[in-house]
Design a protein around this ligand. Structure first.
Ligand SMILES: Nc1ncnc2c1ncn2[C@@H]1O[C@H](COP(=O)(O)OP(=O)(O)O)[C@@H](O)[C@H]1O
Ligand SMILES: CC(C)(COP(=O)(O)O)[C@@H](O)C(=O)NCCC(=O)O
Ligand SMILES: [K+]
Length: 247
């Protein structure tokens, strides 16, 4: 069985795939290295390798790799930047600066869609990337995601304070808010929907026919805005398998 990790700025998404068909045997989200190791203990003896992508610092990523090697005695293969992969050309001036999760998501999207695509990833940050029908990455956008938007308001104001339960409750609708939690959560959700609308316009101008791919922990916030989108929660893992093939 192979362990796959997507180390984002907030969470480590993990899954275990098994057999020739690489079916998903288990998956989850961990908040820390320690939590990940504790969760994986159950599966440890059966793991034979790990492949991972990280947008964390090199030091943090290496620390995680060491912990995994020590606990499970497995080699970890890390996805690396590339100017080109699986028919997709990296559009950054300096290809190494493009976030690896973005790169893998767009490689994954192009391999699934085989045509022009707009890739939207709603995590700590929200990113949008455009890929033309011939696999050229036309560039993209980064803006703060939901966790950053709400935290900035809480950090820089005196009276914006509410708990997680209130936040969850607030997002059940986007009607004008009647409490601080509703006003902030819905306001930020609408900002992200506006961002998505702008991306759709941009993509229509540049791509002609295209498929929207939606991924990331907060993708539900814009789901209704994008009825035709392909929601692929493990899009980064699709790209990871292409970037790090394991025998
Ligand atoms: N099961 C889950 N575990 C953790 N976060 C989740 C989960 N479902 C949705 N989320 C939301 O996903 C967001 C993080 O998305 P994610 O794609 O994991 O970010 P990142 O890649 O930056 O770590 C958070 O705002 C969180 O509220
Ligand atoms: C844009 C990101 C912060 C997104 O990270 P995430 O929200 O998935 O944790 C990450 O892809 C990153 O650090 N990128 C490097 C900068 C760039 O892509 O231009
Ligand atoms: K993201």
């Amino acid at each position: 069985m192979i362990l796959e990790l997507d180390c984002g700025n907030s969470f480590i998404k993990w899954r275990i795939i098994a057999g020739a068909k690489q079916v998903v045997a288990a998956f989850g989200v961990a908040g820390s290295d320690a939590e990940l190791v504790a969760t994986l203990e159950l599966h440890g003896p059966k793991l034979r390798a790990c492949r991972l992508v990280s947008v964390r610092s090199d030091a943090e990523t290496l620390a995680l790799v060491e912990v995994l090697q020590k606990h499970f005695d497995i080699a970890c293969h890390m996805a690396r930047s590339a100017p080109e992969l699986a028919g997709v050309r990296n559009g950054y001036e300096n290809y190494q600066s493009l976030g690896l999760d973005r790169w893998l998501a767009l490689v994954g999207a192009f391999s699934l869609g085989r045509g022009a695509c707009l890739v939207l990833d709603l995590g700590t940050a929200v990113t949008a990337d455009l890929v033309s029908s011939n696999g050229v990455h036309l560039g993209g956008y980064i803006c703060p995601g939901m966790p950053l938007l709400r935290n900035q308001l809480c950090t820089h104001t005196r009276r914006i304070r509410y708990d997680k339960a209130a936040a969850q409750q607030a997002l059940r609708s986007l009607e004008p808010g009647h409490s601080t939690a509703e006003a902030v959560e819905r306001g930020c959700a609408l900002m992200l929907q506006g961002f998505v609308d702008a991306q759709l316009l941009m993509a229509r101008e540049r791509l002609g026919d295209f498929v929207v791919f939606l991924t990331g922990g907060d993708s539900a916030l814009v789901r209704e805005r994008l009825p035709e989108a392909r929601v692929v929660p493990d899009l980064v893992f699709v790209g990871l398998a292409i970037a790090c093939p394991l025998p």
